[in-house]
Design a protein. Sequence first.
Length: 303
Amino acid sequence: SALEQGRNFSNKLWNALKLLRLWKERGTQTAGTGSQHDFANAWFEARLSQVSAELDEMLKQFRLSEALKTLYSLIWDDYCSWYLEWIKPGYGEQIDETMLRQATVFFEQLMLLLHPFMPFITESIYHELAERPENDDLCIKTLETASQHPDAEKLQQGELLKTVITTIRDVRNKNQMKPKDRVQLTIETSLKETYASFVQILGNQINADIIMASGPVAGAVAVALEKDKFFVKAEQEMDMSQQIEALKKDLEYQQNFLASVEKKLSNEKFVQNAKPEVVAIELKKKADAIARIQNIRESLEGL
């Protein structure tokens, strides 16, 4: 029910507050943020700006239900599930003071956006986050005009990071690699500068030592993601037969997918009548499928 969903969301907000408090109680350090923390902050700032602009349009058109769903995803998925995970300190370590301050500022901004939908809870959390002077209340604050030009590059890089984390975690699970066991991840990519901007976050999230190199790695599980290749190697020797079988199934799937796209593109009526952007999407699907098939074949040869 809607009431139960509201209670669950409320609990998630309080849990996020508890986590920030816990980090503060453990003490902070002033070691400086560094490029990895800079990436996390820049990505979420861009995401916040992007969603704020979307909310402006939704509220102008009274699309309240859609606006609330979008805001829920921003808070729970982007802030709680990704951003806080990316900035959390290592086991037994203290969080950087500047990082904690920025995470708190972001949380305050989220509470301001959510305030029209959940006024009492957001007001309470806002005052729990820090001591406030008199009349510093959400109910009398004005929403700032959202930026119409969020950092598109950072948004794209953030999506890539999330996809890689999910992909490698899936590889670890399928090959029964325990989360506590550190692995070696070799990445073959043309986007070395992009990966360098978040390599520390990636290593922490998948518990891996990361190497940027080319060519297959002996005894490693190979996986392709678009044009990038990943080789995951654990300390203990693994049974490659399961990996080979999985790659063969993926190869068959990609070949069938490519055939369906090519069939659509070979239809003259479709190409002539479809909008140029639709045709462009299909052409990109074809190019990506060809790249994935090539990666899978090379991975099979390496195994």
